[in-house]
Design a protein around this ligand. Structure first.
Ligand code: ADP
Ligand code: MG
Length: 288
């Protein structure tokens, strides 16, 4: 491709809402063998809703929800937003520490509150046996389990569910039709990641990874498949966006993700990836 055809290509992509930061990203995208997606906020809306609430014996579910929502007051995580919407009158917490990829810990009304993934409870030595049935139910419903501990005891499990973006299915199908492999890399629970992958026809799934783990998963895919594009929106996605041959950020995502990417898709739509790939292929192969 000539410098002029690359310029024309980036201009055409821009008209379609896909901003290539540098011309070499347009060239590299045509060499990509696999596209790996983040899940929350990338393939899904990133606006999960609370759909189940189950207290452990001896706890009141509304009271635990209020404490959890209080702990989440300062958090921008989509799960925090879901809990705060469900308990809008929760008080300010006394103290909060975010635990990226796990959840958070807080002091609310002098009580020690932990909110997050099952592995957070495991890491803190909290016995989750009293909520085993609730965990089974969230797994079967493909919901993200949000566990809450109060003063060192498991107190409740909340199930939260997020919707796929309307164009996610068509976008994944279009990439596969172009001969690309598609992968999912998520920090979320395995049943949730696998249900979405099955739904979209994604063959390669990595779930329950900590933020550093997203980069490791990406490197594994590069080893197995060659050049990889990564699509993400979160702070957690920044290292993978930077390390991929081409990083594509969802335009409605976090600033850190956008700054780490080679390509920014102005809208929140997934189909920007397909547009970017089309333009790259046309320019590099001189198709008119
Ligand atoms: P993802 O956006 O892919 O789910 P994250 O790394 O943000 O990845 O989080 C991984 C998991 O850690 C979440 O699915 C959730 O279970 C838990 N988690 C992280 N932050 C919070 C939070 N503020 N409140 C509750 N759970 C959280
Ligand atoms: Mg995300």
């Amino acid at each position: 491709a000539t410098p002029v055809s690359i310029m024309v290509g980036t201009g055409r992509a821009a008209e379609l809402g896909v901003l290539f930061r540098k011309g070499d990203a347009l060239q590299r995208l045509d060499t990509v063998k696999l596209v790996a997606f983040d899940k929350t906020g990338t393939l899904t809306e990133g606006r999960p809703e609370l759909s189940h609430a189950m207290a452990a014996p001896g706890f009141d579910v509304d009271e635990v929800l209020r404490l959890a929502a209080s702990a989440e007051q300062g958090s921008e995580h989509p799960i925090a937003q879901a809990l705060m919407r469900a308990a809008p009158d929760a008080p300010q917490p006394e103290e909060v520490t975010a635990l990226p990829g796990l959840g958070l810990e807080a002091t609310v009304e002098s009580r020690a509150i932990l909110v997050g993934a099952p592995r957070l409870m495991t890491a803190r030595g909290i016995d989750t046996a009293p909520v085993a049935d609730a965990l089974d139910r969230t797994a079967q419903a493909a919901e993200t389990p949000v566990l809450v501990a109060v003063d060192g005891q498991i107190a409740a499990v909340f199930g939260v569910a997020d919707r796929l973006k309307p164009d996610a299915r068509a976008a994944v199908a279009a990439l596969k039709a172009e001969g690309l492999e598609v992968a999912l890399i998520s920090g979320d629970a395995r049943p949730v990641a696998e249900a979405i992958a099955r739904d979209l026809g994604i063959a390669h799934v990595t779930a329950e990874v900590l933020p550093e783990g997203k980069l490791d998963a990406l490197r594994d895919l590069q080893q197995s498949f060659g050049a990889v594009a990564f699509v993400g929106d979160g702070i957690n996605d920044a290292p993978a966006l930077a390390a991929a041959e081409v990083g594509l950020a969802i335009g409605t995502g976090t600033d850190v993700a956008i700054e780490s990417a080679d390509v920014v898709m102005a809208s929140g739509r997934v189909s920007g990836v397909v547009t970017a790939h089309h333009v790259s292929r046309h320019v590099m192969r001189n198709i008119r």
